[in-house]
Structures are given as C-alpha cells and as structure tokens.
Design a protein around this ligand. Structure first.
Ligand SMILES: NC(=O)c1ccc[n+]([C@@H]2O[C@H](COP(=O)([O-])OP(=O)(O)OC[C@H]3O[C@@H](n4cnc5c(N)ncnc54)[C@H](O)[C@@H]3O)[C@@H](O)[C@H]2O)c1
Length: 355
C-alpha cells in the first residue's frame, strides 16, 4: 500500500460524485494518503449522508455543482489541472431511472460526455478513471461471467444510460484522447457493492438498516435473487490500482476492467439477511414480491483481466463483507466517531491486501 500512497500523495484529484456512497469512501481513502481532493457533486444523494457523517467537507475542496453544466465544469477542470479524475457522479438507482429517465440519461450519459469534453484540451498529464457499471453489458441471460469484450447494451433506463456512457467514452477515446500523450483513460465496471455508509433508497442494506434501527420489519423483494455481494473497499481498491497502473504505463490506456466479486460470493438475499442477523441480532424481515419494474437478472463479471493486468484481487469473504458492513452501522447508531472507525476499516483492509 506504500506504493499506492506514494502515487497519490499531494496529487490533485477530482472526484465527481464525492458526496455519494462510493465517492465518500474514495474521498476518505485518498485524503488519508495526503492527496488534494476536489469534489464535484450536485448535492447529497441521501439523508443521512456518509459524506456528512465522515465530516469530509473541511478536509477537501468541496464543490456543489451540476456536471451537466458543461461551461462551469470545463472552467473548473481547467483551473485545477488535475493529476487524476475519478468520475463516479451518476443517478445510480435503477428504480429511480424508471421515475426520472431524462435525469438519468442526461446525468449518466451526457454528464460523462461533459467530463470527457472538459479534459480533452488539458495540457497537463492526467489519468481519468470512469466508473460505469456491470449493467453496461447487454444482458444475454448467460451463466458465464461477462468479459470486457462482450457487447454493451442495457434495457432499463439506468442500464441504457450506462451503456450510452460506454459508447461515448469509446468515441472520445478513439477520436480525441488516444492521440494525446498526456491523457490516459480507464473504465471500471463493477456490480452491487455493500458497505457502511450507504443510505440510498431501494438498496437492500440501507433498507434493512432503516427498518432495524427503528425495531421494525424490513420488507424484502425477490428474496431468492442472487447478487454478487462485494464490499465497497474491494471495488475502490480496483479503481486505485487502475489509476496507478495507468499512470505507470500506457499498456492499459483506453481499456475497460471488470471488478467483480469472488466466484463463491454469489449469494441470495436470504443468505445476506441471515448473515446480517448474526451481527444485528434483532433483525427481522417480511417477504413481498415486486414486479413493478424489470431489473435485469444476475449478471456475473469475469475479472481475470484485472487479476492479470492490474494484479487486483478480492480480499474479503462474504462473511467478512457482511460483518464489516453491519458493524459500521452498529457503530454509527452507537454515536461513535465514524471518521476514525471508517479509516480503521480502510487500514484493516490494507493490511489484508498486504498479507
Ligand atoms: N453502488 C453500487 O452498488 C453501484 C453498482 C454499480 C455501479 N455503480 C456506479 O458507481 C458510481 C457511484 O455510485 P454510488 O452508489 O456511490 O452512487 P450515489 O447515488 O450514492 O452517489 C451519486 C453521486 O453522484 C452525484 N450526482 C448525481 N447527479 C449529479 C449531477 N447531475 N451533477 C453532479 N453530481 C451528480 C451525487 O450528488 C452523488 O455524489 C455511479 O456511477 C454508479 O452508477 C454503483
């Protein structure tokens, strides 16, 4: 991890979506390395907000701005002249995408285009990592894991908006960025992640925590659904490795990488609930089927490319993943210092990587 720290120490880093679930963890991690963070988000996607809980606003340059405003974004990127950009900002919820498809498309597709357009005239060296999704793949209902060469697609508005973003990235790379020796670009595709500090609507863990913290039953849809549960730190470690590798050599420039969970990490919602109950003893639930919106079935990722080219691997078992997640919320409701506790989780995770 010393090497990673060295990569980012004192570097100017733009993180879009820094107030979100993943973005706030990434901000925390990188500021702990002594990086100079410039966060760009259009507000706080949830209440409570992990970003506020971690009290990050006074540790970074925190900017509330809509990245659909191209001229403002361009001005800002030009002024900062970042060494790295991690683009995470998105309308990230499938259900919400059915209610607000236009916001989803303009944010996820055009927003990504704006980030690329803002960087293509940069003169300084800059590494850009763009976060799309496993849902960018055309879901062919196949059992094998999708690899980076598989078709891009997406039927529901969220998946389609991420598929569109992928086409835009490819076009910008081939048409402009590839020719620029100072810019390197990588794409990250990951699936459902869990971890402390997620308070989004209609995600299983936050729904459970909201109910259980009030002593209520959580209403669970599709309990037999299998999802590839993965801890947020595993995926963020992938983003950091990708950025560091892009900086070191150009062989991965323009490449996409899957960061999926271990093979045996595909467990049902049922298993997740029972595993959570080991830590949140009073946890209780009710099952209800919800066919109001069509979410694509399980989409597995093949991460061999990231294993081979980035030497990125998962480090946590399903049991550790759930334990770290539930413990985080228990500490939060126990009024503990969540900045310190979250940093401690990062440090423990780093130790695991080393071992
Ligand atoms: N969480 C997951 O399980 C998961 C799975 C696959 C992919 N992803 C992707 O990872 C990224 C981060 O996900 P998350 O769970 O942290 O999302 P989140 O919803 O918690 O946070 C989204 C962030 O984007 C910002 N944002 C939204 N619209 C914006 C706009 N118009 N202008 C500027 N900022 C805007 C929000 O303010 C927030 O900071 C997203 O791109 C998401 O699609 C997430």
């Amino acid at each position: 991890m010393k090497n990673l720290k060295k990569h980012f120490y004192k570097k100017k880093i733009i993180i879009t979506g820094h107030t979100g679930f993943k973005g706030s963890w990434l901000t925390l991690w990188l500021q702990s390395y002594g990086a100079k963070i410039f966060g760009i988000s259009n507000g706080y996607p949830s209440n409570p907000s992990n970003f506020k809980i971690l009290r990050l606003s006074n540790k970074i340059n925190h900017k509330i701005m809509d990245l659909r405003n191209l001229s403002k974004l361009k001005k800002m990127v030009n002024k900062i002249k970042p060494d790295y950009i991690f683009h995470l900002a998105a309308q990230s919820l499938v259900k919400e995408s059915f209610e607000n498809p236009i916001t989803t498309f303009t944010t996820n597709s055009i927003g990504t285009c704006n980030v690329l357009e803002s960087t293509r005239h940069l003169k300084n060296k800059c590494v850009i990592v763009i976060i799309t999704s496993d849902k960018s793949y055309k879901n062919l209902e196949i059992k094998r894991g999708y690899n980076e060469e598989d078709l891009i697609g997406g039927v529901d508005p969220y998946s389609a908006s991420k598929g569109c973003a992928e086409l835009i990235i490819k076009s910008y790379y081939e048409s402009f960025l590839k020719k620029k020796s100072n810019i390197r670009l990588g794409i990250s595709r990951a699936g459902n992640v869990i971890g402390g500090g997620d308070w989004s609507k209609n995600r299983i863990i936050p729904d459970c925590i909201r109910a259980w913290s009030k002593g209520s039953f959580v209403s669970v849809r599709n309990r037999k659904s299998t999802r590839p549960w993965q801890h947020v730190l595993e995926v963020l470690y992938g983003y950091l490795k990708l950025a560091a590798e892009l900086k070191k050599n150009k062989n991965n420039n323009g490449h996409a990488f899957n960061f999926g969970p271990k093979k045996n990490q595909d467990k049902t919602v049922n298993s997740l609930l029972f595993e959570s109950k080991k830590h949140w003893i009073s946890a209780k639930w009710l099952f209800r089927e919800d066919k109001s919106f069509a979410e694509s079935s399980l989409l597995k990722l093949n991460s061999s490319k990231a294993n081979k080219r980035l030497k990125w691997f998962n480090n946590l078992s399903f049991f550790e993943t759930v334990k770290m997640t539930i413990l985080w919320y228990l500490r939060y409701f126990n009024d503990e210092n969540m900045y310190e506790f979250s940093i401690d989780q990062i440090k423990k995770y780093e130790k695991k990587i080393k071992n």
